[in-house]
Design a protein around this ligand. Sequence first.
Ligand code: HSE
Length: 404
Amino acid sequence: MHKYKIGLFGFGCVGQGLYEALEKNDRVNAEIVKIGVKTPGKERPLPAELFAYDPGEILENDDIDLVVELIDDADKAFSIVKEALKRKKPVVSANKKMVAENLAELIALQKRYETPLLYEGAVCGSIPVIKTLEDYYALEQVKEIKGIFNGSTNYILTKVIEENKSYDEALHAAQVNGFAETDPTLDVEGYDPKYKLGIVLQHTFGIYVHPNDIFNQGIQNITKSDIAFARERGLKIKLLAKATRQGNNISAFVAPHFVSKESPLYHVENEYNAVLVDGDFAAEQLLLGKGAGKLPTGLAVLSDVVSITRGYHYRPSELHNDLSFEPSTEEVYVSFESNETLDFNAFKHITEKYVGKKTGYVIGQIDIPALKNLLDENNANVIFTSGAKAETEIHKLAYSYEIG
Ligand code: HSE
């Protein structure tokens, strides 16, 4: 039986996880024969002859019949993936930024060169999200898909809010544990989950939305007052990615949300991710697992390698010309320092407003573009409540008191 020869690009956290997962597994019909890295002379745990510094050593090598791309740089990754597909070498990648930003072109390249690209490891670590959407949900009308798509921020929120650790300490631990991106602002400002959400939109609804068109707010502006507000009401704050279909409109965003005990997402802590899919037939289902880390993500990549050896590819994307991507109106809590002059007219409807000596908040309904303007122009933070179809129905809980 043909044994696949893998050319691996990148030997960081996930690359080493893949190597280890493959080493510990004698049922995979593939071996890593070359590892492309950028820095010569660095001490590495494997024989020097396994490493290459010129991408051509892998891409132009006819003996290598599968490329695994696990580097940090999204632009370089895209060049590698394009070249591999052109040379009809199937590719496995875990680079969510590269996939999200170039998905339309990547789909076209796969069709043109009849060569597959799989990227399960790009979305929520070890949770088989893409395959589940592709295969299990192929015949389902998904109404909503949402969840915790970033392990680092969930870890930080758990440590800071539940365990009273400092933000810096929690971020450092997320980095040491290999959860965070090399540039952790991608995690804490909500870009990383946005890339994942973009990929999920394609596989759930068949539409491609560039990440620049998706609203993202991270956890970086959450204040002590916000945390006090949540605690007083028995709520947690979770960074959620969410996509909803209403008729022919799709909306999607990443933002911190108040989450109440009744939601399964309330109980998801540390680096765990969770994806809640709501469909016409199956109703709600929860996928839960480790969303980051060396071996969980290494396993997701290894699973794609095995899928390639079995001839698996994603369904050719069907064009959904009837669906359009529209910004939604959301119910949000916006907190601010009392000396800020917030334009309350940006809200379509205000249900509660409180301005104390130091801090204030307003709860109301607002269009996403107006919210973006408000946050760009003011020193303010937003936490979504989701209104009636609730993470929480905030009105039932809200009461005023001096915070901060
Ligand atoms: N930085 C990412 C996270 C890694 O924390 O979720 C997994 O994609």
